[in-house]
Design a protein around this ligand. Structure first.
Ligand code: TXA
Ligand code: MG
Length: 365
């Protein structure tokens, strides 16, 4: 199906709505965003209400190009400039010291602001016509998977949004890489399509991922008392001090509603072989052993490419589809090690974080 991409009339309407304090969902190359005029605190406040997102989670301000960086950032480090030059427009968010006039509702009262210049032509057209910053989180309800199609946005947010701009399936498919360049050594707060290796190459220093149990970079957190930390515990000392906390929250995740488990290929094969009669799994193989499960028609089997970028592109759409398939659990093969898989591995671990349970018994079905 060839969906029409938003044209000039849609962009003009979107700009009009944004100027009046409206909410416009728009495509980016990573995921769809839920946008409001970043200078209008009431409009930005509506984003939090529509998403059901706690006010303690800052929003990214989207800009048409890097020349507007000084309107939002108080200082721009050498590292920030190098990364902006190398990767903007593109799937990279830079955390910088904020200017005092950036609305508190955007930054959640922190002393930094997240900035990103998206590459998607519809996002570019919108930002250029609007000629200002658009604050936008992913256009999903709090705790759910990010949308990579306009249809996902409509399904999640429906009438709560004033307009959804169509832009086809998102090319990258997972959220932007977030790099804190506000002070000291650059630190990746959320892995993405732009890998630590690519960042390190540009900066000439080794850049590390610092993901915390109470992670910034993730707005979609598990309800209190449910989740286990998805990843290694916080660093210590100065680095940990730099990480803004989201009080009262546990490990963040991007999760389908169906329990999801991440398993190595051998364990996955064994789980399939030992599955009680009444249990139906959705099985996501990252290319390796799909044939082993294909024989059993009870399960939904999805073989994915060995190419991490292709897997990222379809990841959320696939999980949404499997979520709707009425299976007991989604079992996913653990991605291989290495920088090129870091973003997919990170999202899958977060999706799995809520569901540290033993294999299902017959009662589970
Ligand atoms: O690809 C993306 O980044 C998408 C598209 C729409 O641009 N946006 C996105 O926004 O994923 P969101 O809000 O779902 O996730 C961005 C995360 C927030 O949860 C927040 O933790 C982090 O970025 N963030 C924003 N400003 C920050 C700041 N000043 N310091 C630390 N983290 C920040
Ligand atoms: Mg989000």
């Amino acid at each position: 199906m060839n969906l029409p991409t938003a044209g000039p009339a849609d962009i003009a309407r979107a700009v009009e709505l944004l100027r009046r304090g409206g909410l416009v969902a728009f495509p980016t190359e990573t995921v769809y965003g839920l946008g409001a005029d970043a200078r209008n605190p009431d409009a930005v406040g509506r984003i939090f209400r529509v998403k059901g997102r706690p006010a303690s989670h800052p929003l990214i301000v989207h800009l048409a190009d890097g020349s507007q960086i000084e309107a939002w950032a108080a200082t721009v480090s050498r590292e920030a400039r190098l990364l902006a030059e190398a990767f903007w427009p593109g799937p990279l968010t830079l955390i910088l010291p904020r200017r005092p006039d950036v609305p508190d509702v955007v930054t959640a009262g922190q002393d930094t602001v997240g900035l990103r210049v998206p590459a998607h032509p519809v996002a570019q057209a919108l930002l250029t016509a609007f000629a200002g910053g658009i604050a936008a989180p992913s256009a999903n309800r709090f705790g759910r998977l990010s949308p990579t199609r306009a249809d996902h946005v409509r399904a999640d947010l429906g009438d709560a949004v004033d307009l959804v701009l169509e832009g086809g399936p998102s090319r990258v498919g997972i959220e932007s890489t977030i790099v804190d360049v506000s002070a000291g050594t650059p630190l990746v707060l959320r892995p993405g399509h732009i890998t630590t290796r690519m960042l390190s190459d540009v900066l000439g220093v080794h850049v590390e991922v610092k993901v915390l149990a109470r992670a910034p970079g993730f707005d979609d957190e598990a309800p209190t008392g449910v989740a286990q930390p998805a990843v290694a515990a916080a660093g210590t000392g100065a680095e940990a001090e730099r990480i803004p906390r989201a009080p009262g929250t546990l490990a963040a995740h991007y999760a389908p509603e169906t329990p999801l488990e991440l398993l190595d290929a051998a364990t996955l094969a064994r789980r399939l072989a030992e599955a009680p009669e009444v249990v139906r799994y959705a099985v996501v193989w990252l290319g390796s052993r799909a044939h082993e499960a294909a024989a059993d028609e009870r399960h939904v089997v999805v073989p994915l490419s060995r190419d991490p970028e292709a897997v990222a592109r379809d990841l959320y759409a696939t999980l949404r589809r499997l979520d709707a398939a009425g299976v007991t659990r989604i079992l996913v093969e653990e991605p291989p090690p290495g920088a090129e898989w870091e973003a997919v591995r990170d999202r899958l671990r977060r999706a799995a974080a809520t569901f540290r349970q033993p294999p299902p018994s017959t009662e589970d079905a």
